[in-house]
Design a protein. Structure first.
Length: 487
């Protein structure tokens, strides 16, 4: 809704960017862009930043714990993180980066919290919910409800996403934005040569379904010609969970984690992938179904017509133009296009994409939670700021040579994840439960169609139910006492 409100007449303003990170550090430069007075537009929608004179957290420093610095480390061609710029310039505040090794981040944070020397905040995982629920149960993070109001116009668009990080009615994550994960990129020249309907046209006609996808994959593939419709790993998870809108593990209204192993829509999707693997539509090397062309290079084989669909996220086809042309096809000739994951033809009519959150977790005992909330508000404002949206479009058009059709599809995919938020509980489940989840999630192609979905379900059902019961018991104890047997 906010993005639609911002589609108004544009005027020329000056915005700042930080570029370069040489010996003298980042430099501020000015870029002329077409944009409205963003604060006036957002104010008309009831969206405001706190007053600079009275804002809680202003004139302070927040301590950021992470293995990388997204705030002060810029490449030459990057646009400024305007949320951080606003935090500095408007609120006279700074960020102190506490660097940590990626593989030691959880242990180090736990030690700092126990030593009463916690940082103020860190990123909300590396993918999906990778800092929830176990890290919250173990006392590494604290609720954010005293500082973030998800009914406020600035934040209300993230309320559904925040629910994924909720324990005992309390929100544990500051979700500033959602992006879409996997989509279906393809080469239009190759699709046309095979006489297939263009997937983008099928989507606009609401005919981009699993059946249409399956038929193309079957007709295209010929292992004797080293031609496989699908490559990579993500077609399994993309179809079987992401496009169903139903995850193997989810959380019900009572806050309990439940199994969706017997969901009939998931069963249809799993059987579809099983049939594609069985009919040799998925790339393999011998009996290795985890192999991928060119060491799993995103898009490998697409430009040559050896792969029809290389399902991946947007980063896979947001590359330097020369690299894009070599891997995917001639972008200036309009060969590269992408569409959402296909929908189930007998389902609810919705095209589902997995939502990947951006945001922060407040560390338990943070000394400056108000400063974290203020920075997050600046970041959230940046997400919906028409000036910044215009910069993003400008970069895609001028740096990556995206055409108007690609830009329109990008907006469609963003809106899909906003309208129907679906995330995976991955990255922070108990180890035993996570292992079972992976067995189920990827099982349909691990053995090259040697194992059916019915067999996968029955061989993992008992363990899945047991470990879910264990997790729910921990959550129940945590909800009642604020403590866990794991802490």
């Amino acid at each position: 809704m906010v993005r639609r409100l911002l589609s108004l007449a544009l005027i020329v303003i000056m915005v700042f960017a930080l570029v370069g990170c040489g010996d003298d550090g980042p430099k501020v430069v000015k870029i002329t862009l077409n944009a409205e007075d963003s604060e006036a537009i957002l104010a008309a929608a009831g969206i405001h930043l706190p007053d600079a004179e009275t804002a809680a957290g202003a004139n302070s420093t927040v301590r950021f714990f992470c293995w990388y610095d997204p705030f002060q480390n810029y490449d030459e061609d990057e646009i400024v993180n305007t949320g951080y710029w606003t935090f500095q310039e408007r609120y006279n505040s700074e960020i102190e980066w506490i660097e940590v090794d990626y593989f030691e981040r959880n242990d180090t944070l736990a030690q700092l919290v126990l030593a009463d020397n916690p940082p103020d905040f860190t990123v909300a995982g590396t993918s999906n919910t990778a800092t929830f629920p176990m890290s919250c149960i173990k006392g590494m993070y604290q609720p954010v409800d005293d500082y973030i109001d998800y009914t406020d116009p600035l934040w209300e668009g993230m309320a559904d996403a925040a629910e994924y990080f909720n324990l005992a009615g309390k929100n544990y994550a500051i979700v500033t934005d959602l992006s879409y994960k996997d989509v279906v990129p393809y080469n239009r020249r190759v699709v046309n040569e095979w006489g297939f309907d263009d997937p983008a046209e099928l989507y606009y006609n609401d005919e981009w379904t699993w059946d249409a996808f399956y038929e193309m994959c079957i007709n295209f593939s010929d292992p004797d010609e080293n031609r496989y419709a699908l490559d990579g790993w993500y077609y399994v998870n993309g179809i079987c969970e992401q496009s169903t809108g139903i995850t193997i593990i989810s959380k019900n209204e009572e806050g309990k984690f439940i199994s969706n192993l017997d969901n009939p829509v998931i069963e249809v999707a799993e059987n579809l992938i099983y049939d594609l693997v069985k009919n040799e539509c998925t790339y393999r090397e011998g009996t290795d179904y985890w192999a991928g062309r060119n060491d799993m290079q995103y898009g490998a084989g697409v430009n040559e017509g050896d792969c029809l669909f290389w399902i991946c996220d947007r980063s896979g086809f947001t590359l330097p133009v020369e690299e894009m042309n070599q891997i995917w096809g001639d972008i200036e000739a309009g060969e590269i296009m992408f569409v959402p994951l296909p929908r189930y033809q007998d389902g609810d009519g919705i095209y589902y994409l997995n939502a990947t959150p951006s945001g922060y977790m407040m560390c338990k005992g943070a000394e400056n939670p108000e400063g974290v909330a203020l920075l997050a508000a600046c970041q959230r404002f940046k997400v919906i700021d028409p000036t910044v949206i215009d910069i993003d479009i400008k970069q895609l058009k001028e740096k990556y040579l995206w055409n108007d059709e690609m830009l329109e599809m990008d907006e469609i995919c963003k809106q899909l994840v906003q309208d129907n938020v679906v995330m995976f509980y991955t990255g922070d489940l108990p180890t035993n439960l996570n292992n079972i989840y992976n067995n189920i999630d990827w099982g349909i192609n691990r053995g090259g169609a040697g194992t059916s979905w019915a067999q996968i379900k029955e061989s993992n059902r008992e363990a899945l139910d047991y470990y879910l019961q264990e997790l729910n018991a921990e959550i129940e104890k945590f909800n009642e006492t604020g403590q866990s047997s794991l802490t």
